[in-house]
Write a protein that binds this ligand. Structure first.
Ligand SMILES: NC(=O)c1ccc[n+]([C@@H]2O[C@H](COP(=O)([O-])OP(=O)(O)OC[C@H]3O[C@@H](n4cnc5c(N)ncnc54)[C@H](OP(=O)(O)O)[C@@H]3O)[C@@H](O)[C@H]2O)c1
Length: 259
């Protein structure tokens, strides 16, 4: 199905899941506004443009209010799809993490996401329709020893998504939460988690497959999708296992080998 006039805004689209989400939108006929914090976003735009899509790229830091407001200035027409996917992790014990890095995780995953969804959500309400996909995580279901702040931010995103969806029912706006498990992207390198079991796991999910499932769930107006069978099992167990046991399990995955 083609949507020749539709606009999709995808954040964190330079690499990984966000890049693949942007490709799915382009294949479906959407024009794209894609955003990330580093110059790679322009190379990502060139690659998607080469396949015939209309793409505008913005290099902006969405962990800051200025970055989010600058992004809003780029928007010249109604946004039909908002895929709020930009996010970053941070490994090691909480007390060993640097405060600026901690703030960057919170400000990217929560504050920047909220500011953007608030602005675009209000546009969508005025235009009486739209689709929002938030990239949460199965990490949001479990206390994340050795990645404590990140998991807590994803608990926020997962929860926020369900609440927003409920508030917006009957408005023509759908809200969907994409909840991947460990996925084979630059995430673990950027989070300084390569020296961990999860960082070195060869069985991570394919970001293209994760994005496909997220995109399809959004277009079907579903509430959420946990990608992959083992993640579905883990998510189901997380709802019944004691929090202390979940934290211990997470420690095994995320503790650096030299600690
Ligand atoms: N990989 C996993 O195992 C996994 C599992 C569950 C959920 N997720 C979530 O999936 C989303 C995408 O992650 P990924 O795995 O695809 O990792 P990734 O390849 O590192 O992609 C992260 C994207 O977010 C962008 N980004 C990060 N901070 C930003 C900021 N302050 N402003 C603007 N853009 C920013 C990055 O761009 P720059 O490089 O330009 O900063 C990049 O485009 C994240 O929300 C992550 O939490 C990942």
């Amino acid at each position: 199905m083609n949507h020749p006039t539709g606009l999709a805004l995808v954040t964190g689209a330079s690499t990984g899941i966000g890049y693949e989400l942007a490709q799915r939108c382009a294949e479906d006929g959407y024009d794209l506004l894609i955003v990330a914090d580093e110059p790679e976003i322009h190379e990502a735009a060139d690659r998607i443009r080469a396949k015939g899509a209309s793409v505008v790229a913005a290099e902006l830091d969405l962990s800051t209010e200025d970055g989010v407001f600058a992004l809003l200035q780029h928007i010249k027409r109604p946004v039909d799809l908002l895929l709020a996917n930009a996010g970053r992790g941070l490994g090691h014990t909480f007390l060993d993490q640097d405060i600026p890095e901690i703030r960057r995780v919170i400000d990217t995953n929560i504050t920047g996401t909220i500011l953007l969804v608030h602005a675009i959500g209000n546009h969508m309400r005025r235009q009486r329709g739209g689709r929002i996909l938030l990239t949460g995580s199965i990490a949001g279901f479990m206390p994340g020893s050795y990645q404590a702040v990140y998991n807590a931010t994803k608990a926020f995103v997962d929860s926020f998504s369900w609440a927003l969806r409920d508030e917006l029912k009957n408005t023509g706006i759908t809200v969907t939460c994409l909840m991947p498990g460990p996925t084979d992207t630059a995430f673990f390198d950027r989070a300084e988690m390569l020296d961990t079991d999860v960082g070195q796991d060869d069985g991570k999910d394919d970001p293209a497959e994760v994005a496909k499932l997220g995109y399809e769930a959004m277009m079907a107006g579903e509430a959420g999708v946990v990608t992959g069978l083992s993640n579905k099992v883990q998510a189901a167990l997380a709802h019944v296992m004691p929090k202390g046991m979940l934290a211990r399990q997470h420690r095994k995955m995320a503790k650096p080998h030299d600690e």
